[in-house]
Write a new protein. Structure first.
Length: 146
């Protein structure tokens, strides 16, 4: 398994969006963040020793996963039960994909009702709403030149 294979698999899950943030990090969200989506996984493309992939493991699996060689508490996110892999082969591919899908499901379950309502809209209406929301958010950002 590698970053591109994980990316391809995650983008096939329902309502998953991808952004590039915080340097070279692919961040995967359940729903677009403009409508209140929440992140559930992050692939670190930098070789900075902070893990290759971090994801929401859930309280039930968190401690169990940390017993595996190559799995560590995710930097900055361990308090909310995220783990990180220090190498791609720490967890077998199929199990990793199942854990990532489970993390997505855990995050989806905690989304606010209004966000779930938007995700349930037909795709064209949802895209239009997200575009409008992004424009509104962009217009609210303070400029350092004002």
């Amino acid at each position: 398994m590698d970053a591109e294979q994980v990316r391809e698999a995650l983008l096939k899950l329902p309502h998953v969006e991808e952004t590039m943030q915080w340097g070279a990090n692919l961040v995967f969200w359940v729903g677009d963040k403009a409508i209140g989506g929440k992140m559930f996984a992050l692939v670190n493309l930098d070789e900075d020793g902070k893990g290759l992939i971090s994801f929401h493991a859930g309280q039930e699996r968190y401690t169990e996963l940390l017993e595996i060689d190559g799995v560590i508490p995710a930097p900055y996110m361990a308090r909310i039960f995220w783990v990180a892999l220090t190498r791609w082969d720490a967890i077998p591919d199929r199990e990793l994909l199942d854990l990532l899908a489970h993390g997505r499901d855990l995050v989806y379950a905690k989304l606010p009702r209004r966000t779930k309502d938007v995700l349930a809209m037909p795709q064209t209406a949802r895209k239009k709403l997200i575009t409008e929301r992004r424009k509104l958010l962009a217009s609210r950002k303070p400029s350092k030149f004002r």
